[in-house]
Design a protein around this ligand. Structure first.
Ligand SMILES: [Zn+2]
Length: 114
């Protein structure tokens, strides 16, 4: 399943980061899920709960935040209001999805660093 490979990648990134900073403990991990990322938050949570055992993330809570997709004009930066046609009303340039709207992003890691 898609969510399982995402979680494996997420956990190894968190472990790398913790190692790099010489962390004593990981207190929490937070992740943002873009509305158009095609990721199911429930499945992601379940996958994480399954995979974290035996990793550096064992017992570490995961916080998921879903973010709405937004669009803007790549030419004049005008934001395209939700529900409007996906092109710029000012210069007719096709709208571009703002960063994060279709991605899964590691938002933060709460580390205990000596
Ligand atoms: Zn424009």
């Amino acid at each position: 399943m898609h969510e399982y490979s995402l979680v494996q990648a997420l956990i190894s990134r968190v472990e790398d980061e913790a190692r790099r900073r010489g962390a004593l403990k990981i207190h929490g991990v937070s992740v943002r899920i873009g509305e158009l990322a095609g990721v199911d938050a429930g499945l992601l949570q379940t996958a994480y709960d399954t995979f974290r055992e035996g990793t550096g993330c064992a017992g570490v809570p995961l916080t998921l935040r879903q973010v709405a997709a937004s669009w803007s004009c790549p030419a004049c930066r005008r934001a395209i209001p939700r529900g409007e046609p996906l092109h710029c009303a000012a210069c007719r340039t096709p709208a571009k999805l703002d960063q994060g709207g279709d991605a899964l992003m590691l938002d933060g890691i709460d580390l205990e660093v000596p």
